[in-house]
Design a protein around this ligand. Sequence first.
Ligand SMILES: Cc1cc2nc3c(=O)[nH]c(=O)nc-3n(C[C@H](O)[C@H](O)[C@H](O)COP(=O)(O)OP(=O)(O)OC[C@H]3O[C@@H](n4cnc5c(N)ncnc54)[C@H](O)[C@@H]3O)c2cc1C
Length: 346
Amino acid sequence: MLEIQENVWLAPYTTLKVGGPAAFLARPTTQEAVIEALQWAQARSLPVFVIGGGSNLLVSDRGFPGLVLHMSISGIVSRSEDGKQIYSAGAGVVWDELAARAVADDCAGVECLSGIPGTVGGTPIQNVGAYGQDVAETIHCVRAVDTASGQPVIFSSSACEFSYRRSRFNQRDRGRYIITQVDYGLEPGGPPKLAYADLRRHFAESQEIPTLAEAREAVLAIRRAKGMVLDENDADSRSAGSFFQNPVVTRAQYERVAGASSLPVPHFEAADGQLKLAAAWLIEQSGIAKGFVLGSVAISSKHTLALTNRGGATAADVILLKEYVQRRVFQRFGIELHPEPVMLGF
Ligand SMILES: Cc1cc2nc3c(=O)[nH]c(=O)nc-3n(C[C@H](O)[C@H](O)[C@H](O)COP(=O)(O)OP(=O)(O)OC[C@H]3O[C@@H](n4cnc5c(N)ncnc54)[C@H](O)[C@@H]3O)c2cc1C
């Protein structure tokens, strides 16, 4: 029998530690329990929302007037198939446990994603990525329950429609599917991916290709230096990670930004001839520095893109800082910054 609690405060379920109560909360540990919870909510005409690690989430101070499913399906099994090692993990597995296990097994494909907070079930949603790697490169298939039909479904990787921080799960099918398991196809004995400049610099002195374990340690060290690994003793990690997406702009927009700046504008090629700008650079050039404080929230002292809770912050405080940053960047460059975290109950 699925246990359903009433009036559960959601702040502790998020890494930002803000947000009001859920009217109801359940912790499904199996796909059957997910289906049972859905039926329970549908019988009462309640909306349903899934929380994994709450690391990409801003919950409003009002909370959520429906049923929150705190995804708790555990377990990792692995098998060999067509030269790949397939890891099937329950949606509630802590993502870094899977990354650590793959590296310990000498399987390549997720080493650069070490230290990203959250759950396995959260990774397909925004095609989690870091240091030149993303989960779209290794996701073999995604198992989910369709809230429209109440039936289990399986998506191949291509059916997930992955692109930069996007998938069908946060675009056209936002909120429709409850992910219960993800299968990743990893490369036994493969080399680490060293695409990112910080990582390459880290190994610049070394003559040999680093091992996956060395790459993982390097990634964790770089992330810690930026407050991007959850750590109770590091107030800079009380965040939702990068709060703003890197804006993808037309060449004409880029020219306007370049015209408004005396410095070269960092940019990268993106799809369809567009260019990706660095949100952190735009924020800094708009006069907002690391460590900038607004009441009980602040820009991380280590990473311009992270909005942090300095203790006792409300969701309204976070929104004030978000809007302040967006306004300053828009006034300076005419570029609209879009938040990366999911907003619940606004
Ligand atoms: C310090 C820090 C560093 C971070 N660094 C990175 C980074 O380098 N790269 C990156 O891409 N992200 C990063 N993030 C963001 C975040 O960790 C990832 O997006 C993560 O995958 C979110 O997973 P979660 O389980 O915490 O999802 P949640 O925050 O709980 O939920 C986010 C969204 O996913 C949905 N969701 C979660 N689980 C499921 C499920 N099982 N089924 C259906 N929907 C689901 C929720 O409904 C919600 O819409 C960082 C966050 C923090 C706090």
